[in-house]
Ligand binder design. Structure first.
Ligand code: HEC
Length: 191
């Protein structure tokens, strides 16, 4: 009994001899063979999934698609990347306009007057603009500022949503009649 058990684990000599060299029959352990077979099967699936041989788009296209999806879901905060449509949509949203007004009162009113009539900074309610009156122009001016003329850049100070909201709010000042309007500066813009 004890002998039998011992035999089970004993290496088996194969019955061939080459130049006097004999070998044991030592198969790879089962777990190793299964792992190996698994990697082979996986490699086939992988090849067909990620191309260029198979029907996948390939890792670079996958990466670019993921990045594009991310960019679409997270519009860039600064640098004139908000589209006119996005800004005009905010200008129609009561809640965001209210936030824009709060930001305006806190950061802009000291120079542009609470009603946009202008003080140190120009009148924002008239149709004259130094840096363009399209909503995307206003977004650019507010983001980048005109430091040499005394208009601070707000792109890094304000949160992206504050920035968009305050620009949307400024756009709604058009055509209002401020109490003490500053004389027009810049060129007339017909919207
Ligand atoms: C320290 C004073 C100051 C503050 C604060 C300030 N501005 Fe100005 N802003 C100016 C001056 C000065 C100009 C004119 C720049 C020029 O002459 O080129 C200006 C220009 C602008 C213009 C362009 C006007 C045009 O005719 O093209 C916009 C839009 C504007 N500011 C919006 C804002 C907003 C929004 C805020 C608040 C987030 C703000 N400003 C805060 C001083 C200021």
């Amino acid at each position: 009994m004890a002998d039998n058990k011992k035999n089970e684990f004993e290496d088996k000599l194969l019955d061939h001899t080459y130049d006097g060299i004999q070998e044991y029959d030592n198969p790879m352990p089962r777990w190793w063979l299964l792992t190996f077979a698994g990697t082979v099967i996986f490699s086939v699936i992988y090849m067909f999934n990620v191309g260029p041989v198979g029907n996948g788009k390939g890792r670079i296209a996958d990466y670019e698609a993921d990045m594009a999806a991310y960019a679409a879901a997270h519009p860039a905060p600064t640098g004139g990347d908000m589209s006119a449509d996005q800004l005009l949509a905010i200008a129609k949203d009561k809640e965001q306009l209210e936030e824009g007004k709060e930001t305006y009162t806190a950061y802009c009113a000291s120079c542009h007057a609470p009603d946009g009539g202008g003080l140190i900074g120009p009148n924002l309610a008239d149709a004259y603009w130094i840096h363009g009156g399209a909503i995307t122009d206003i977004y650019k001016t507010v983001t980048n500022g005109v430091l040499e003329k005394g208009m601070p850049p707000w792109g890094k100070t304000l949160k992206p949503e504050q920035l968009s909201a305050v620009v949307a709010y400024v756009s709604t000042l058009q055509g209002t009649t401020p109490a003490n309007p500053k004389a027009p500066q810049g060129n007339p813009v017909t919207q």
